[in-house]
Structures are given as C-alpha cells and as structure tokens.
Ligand binder design. Structure first.
Ligand code: SF4
Ligand code: SF3
Length: 541
C-alpha cells in the first residue's frame, strides 16, 4: 500500500484510497499531509510540556494553516506542503529553545531535510501505525474535526478575531491523540469536547463575519451573466473576496461567486460593489465543465479544488491562503494580510466574458439574525399548522450518483415543510422552485457550511419560542450530507449540543470502526439514509 487516506466521503470503495486519491491526491501529497499532521502533533506535545503555552501567534496561525492544508481538495501542491513541514519544524525547534523544555518524543525531535527523507519518515508515522482499530477510528474522527475547526479559526483570524481558548484546545487535543495512553472512553470524551470547541470556533467566525460585514439579509442573487470580462472566486474566505472587490472596482471587470462563496452576496458590505455580478455555477464538483464555460480567471481561497482537465483551464486558476495546485499561480499575503490580485485582473481583461449557463435568480440570507426578525411569522406558521416540520439539510455536496437522494428527498417533502440549509449541499435542491409558505421560502439558506452555527441558533430560538426544554422535541429533523472534514466538525458540534437522531449520508464515514459506529448509534441515534420515500415517512411520523 503506497498511501492510505479515508478522510472523505468519496474514499475509494468506501474503504480508503491506497494508490491515488479519488480526489486526485497523489501518493507524495498524501504522505506529506501525514507528515505535516505528525509534525504539528509534535509541536502540540512541546506546548503541553510548556504548561499549555505556545510562544507566538505565528505558531498558533501556522498550526491552523497546517491543519487546513490537509483538508480534502485544499492543497495538492507537494512543494508548498514540503515547505510547510520545514517551516513547522523550524517553529518547533524555536519553541523548544525559547521554552527550555526537555522533550524526547520522536514527533518533537525528528528531523528531515530532503523530499526523500520526508517520504521515508511519513511511511512510518501515518495513522495506520495505531493498531487498535477503535482507538485509531476515534483519533481520526477527532483529527478530522480539528481540521474543520482550524479552517473556521483561520477565517476568523484573517478578520482579526482569534481565541486563545480555541487555539489552546487544538494543542491539547493534538497532544492527547499523539499519546499511546488513550482509551476508548477518554477519546469519546475528547470527541465531544471537540464538538464543544467546534461550536466556539463557529461562533467566533460568525462574530468575525457579522461584525466586519454586517448581518446576512434576505437577498436575491443573479445566476445569469453580464457582458463584462470577469473573475470567479471560489472557497470560503470573505477577506479575499473583500480585497478582490476593492481591487476590481472601476476596472470594468466583474466578480462572480462560485460554490461556497455564494452566501457572500447576503452580507450588506458586499452589496455596495456594482461589479459584484452574481453567482456562477453550482457545487464544487461541477467545476470540471463550469470553469470551461466561465472563460475568465478563477481564484481559489479554500477547498474544493478539482484537478483541472486541461492546461487552458489550469492557466486560469490562481490559489491563495492554504490552497495550492502544482503549476497554478499562488498569491501570497504581505505581513499585513494584503494580497495583490493585479495579475488576475490583468488576465481577466484579456479573456472573453462568461458564457451563460443559467438565468434568473435564487434567494438566500436566512442566517440567525434575519430569521430572528421573522420569528413571529415563523412561530405563527407553526402554531397555525401551515408549517408542519423543519428539515436541517446542511453539509456538503459531492460527485456520487447516490446524492440524487437529496434532490429527491427535497422535492418529495410535503408542501408544509421547510428546509433549513447551509454549505454546498444546498445545490442539490436550491434551484427546484419549491415555493413558499405564506411568504416564508421553503428552502432557507443560512450560508456557508460554517453558518450551520446559525441553524443551531435558529433551532434554539424555536425551542425557546415554543417553551421546550429539549431541542429534540421540536418538529425538526436533521438529514445531513457530508463530504469533507468541515462537515465532521459541524456534526460533532451538533452532537455536543445534544441533537439526537441525525441521519448522515450518503454513506457513513469509512473511518468509523464498527464499535465506534455502534457508540454513535446507541448514544446519539445516528443513522444512515434509506430511500427518500421511506425516510420522509419515518421523519413525518
Ligand atoms: Fe481519498 Fe478522500 Fe483522502 Fe482524497 S481526501 S485521498 S478521495 S479519502
Ligand atoms: Fe462544500 Fe467543499 Fe464541504 Fe463548505 S465546498 S461545504 S464540500
């Protein structure tokens, strides 16, 4: 077996990618990801020895960046991952020197300097080295939750909001899973604690986004195109979008959002840009054809990158932040976080405007503040029986044919139900025209996957409005679609706040061992999906 990865829903054969990732991840990239994770566990071990004290914000931020780099479809660039490993080793040694702690664990003392030595080292430190499958399963569940948490913490940090508590927990958890003394019980407890800190990280990001860009509001987003040359921005980072809009203002170049960047249209701050033209395309995996017809440059701020099929498209792709792809130009921030996008803007001016693939508009912007403003209307609709049940259908989309389930499920739901969504899962049903109930749209989009936090607040608000003690007593069901590790932290956050009977699909994670899956079923009522008809009957009963 040359590599092993089973962190995402599309893992080969539902078991693990062993030769090359279904996502396109190569063997060296997979191994370098493994070594990077091992290296930051070593740093967490040193921090623990130092009484939980990291010595610099640079270290905190690079820890988050290292986790983020290893998220599915974020960084395929072996050279940049190699550089990150060397950077982390330098920071580790600096930390040891400054703190004066004595360390002996291999992760805290090992050295590598060449690609060859890195790949050799990686082969011996991958997570398969853990022999007990239940311990391995829980450690990976926590690791994937931490990756999602780090992505959200990094976005918040880019807006200037950081939390010692969140950073502190990441060090604590990484140190704990490096240890050989974990038990199933201690790891189950750490899993729930990861969910607790996932809620904190999402709250931090919500606060960062709304304090900087205002509260999302109901917005109609154009899905057609204009005649100007244009740039497509993908991923989740709003500070990159803000800088791109500032730099394209008055240049005659339009900016369109792609996939998870769609909810940026809901923020008041971005509405002032005349050249913020709309959303182009659908969920991440459709980029294979949609980037061809877009015709202009594309900027990836985070996952999900699909390896481009042609040199022509590849030459139009730029990456920034934690993302990377070999052969694509990478834009680096200066020490103040400023990025120069002039090369992308210049390229856009030489290329044709986007080809229209859709027309019309979609509506979104139902984050917690907006829903709170509509609370009386929503509560009245439930009391009068106009709304019988809510379905939280947040999460990710993906390539698997079995995800048609979500389109079928949404379209077959009775007309007196409302879907609450967040994340790119929405593209499975946000253009179906499901109508409204007394002016309340039947699909309420709160935003990106991290805005699942908003859905939690909305559930809490409904619970209070109906004077209930337990969120599980609401006419509310959870049918979550997952793909990558941000969905893992969303799931752990939901478990932490006590949500029961979540349906998770289209398949259960390969990294759950039979015993760990059993714990999740017995304690939280987690289950997979059936057919849309069977599941609707079950939920409505
Ligand atoms: Fe396979 Fe998913 Fe890992 Fe890619 S991220 S190598 S598809 S399991
Ligand atoms: Fe989508 Fe990649 Fe997860 Fe942010 S963009 S939800 S899959």
């Amino acid at each position: 077996m040359s590599m092993f990865c089973y962190q995402c829903q599309e893992t080969a054969g539902g078991k693990g990618c062993t030769i090359r990732g279904v996502c396109g991840k190569t063997e060296p990239v997979s191994k370098l990801h493994d070594l990077l994770i091992y290296t930051i566990k070593g740093i967490a071990y040193v921090v623990k020895k130092n009484g939980g004290q990291a010595t610099s914000r640079t270290l905190d931020r690079e820890m988050m960046n290292s986790l983020f780099i290893t998220i599915t479809n974020a960084n395929f660039d072996d050279e940049s991952i190699e550089k990150q490993i060397l950077k982390m080793l330098k920071l580790r040694d600096q930390l040891i020197k400054e703190s004066g702690v004595k360390v002996s664990h291999d992760a805290a003392v090992y050295t590598v300097d060449t690609r060859e030595s890195m790949l050799e080292k990686a082969a011996s430190v991958g997570f398969l080295a853990e022999e007990n499958e239940d311990i391995r399963s829980l450690k990976q569940l926590i690791t994937y939750g931490l990756k999602g948490m780090a992505a959200y913490a990094e976005h918040a940090s880019n807006i200037g909001k950081e939390s010692d508590e969140v950073y502190g927990f990441v060090y604590e958890a990484l140190d704990e899973i490096l240890s050989n003394d974990c038990t199933v019980d201690s790891l189950v407890a750490l899993t729930l604690k990861t969910g607790e800190y996932g809620v904190k990280a999402m709250a931090l990001l919500d606060n960062a986004n709304t304090s900087r860009y205002g509260n999302p509001e109901i917005t109609e987003v154009n899905i057609g195109v204009r005649k100007n040359p244009a740039i497509l921005i993908s991923g989740h980072d709003l500070t990159d979008l803000e800088q791109l809009l500032e730099q394209t203002r008055g240049t005659g170049v339009d900016v369109y959002t792609h996939s998870e960047m769609l909810p940026a249209h809901y923020y008041p701050t971005f509405k002032k840009y005349d050249n913020f033209a709309g959303n182009y395309g659908n969920a991440w995996w459709k980029q294979v054809t949609e980037f061809e017809s877009f015709r202009g440059p594309i900027l990836f701020t985070t996952n999900c990158i699909v390896p481009p099929k042609s040199e022509e498209v590849k030459n139009r792709i730029f990456t920034t932040g934690s993302t990377g792809y070999p052969g694509c130009r990478h834009i680096v921030a200066d020490k103040d976080g400023k990025k120069d996008f002039s090369e992308i803007i210049a390229l856009a001016k030489t290329l044709p405007s986007p080809e229209e693939i859709e027309s019309g508009s979609i509506v979104g912007g139902f984050a917690h503040n907006q829903v709170a403003a509509l609370a009386d209307k929503v509560v009245d609709a439930v009391k009068s029986g106009a709304i019988r049940r809510f379905f939280v259908m947040a999460g990710c989309d993906g390539r698997m044919k079995s995800r048609d389930y979500y389109t079928q499920f949404a379209s077959k739901l009775p007309g007196d139900t409302v879907i609450l969504t967040a994340g790119c899962a929405k593209y499975r049903y946000n253009k179906l025209g499901l109508g409204d109930i007394g002016g309340i749209p039947r699909v309420l989009d709160a935003g990106q996957c991290n805005d699942s936090y908003s859905l939690v607040l909305i559930a809490m608000m409904l619970k209070d409005a109906f004077g209930l003690e337990d969120v599980n007593k609401l006419p509310l069901s959870f049918n979550i679609a997952w793909y990558e590790q941000k969905a893992v932290i969303v799931l752990l956050a939901l478990l932490y706040i006590g949500v029961k009977n979540i349906h998770l699909g289209p398949t259960l994670p390969a990294f759950l061992s039979p015993n760990v899956a059993k714990v999740l079923v017995e304690n939280f009522g987690i289950s997979g999906i059936g057919t849309p008809e069977e599941d609707i009957e079950l939920f409505m009963a």
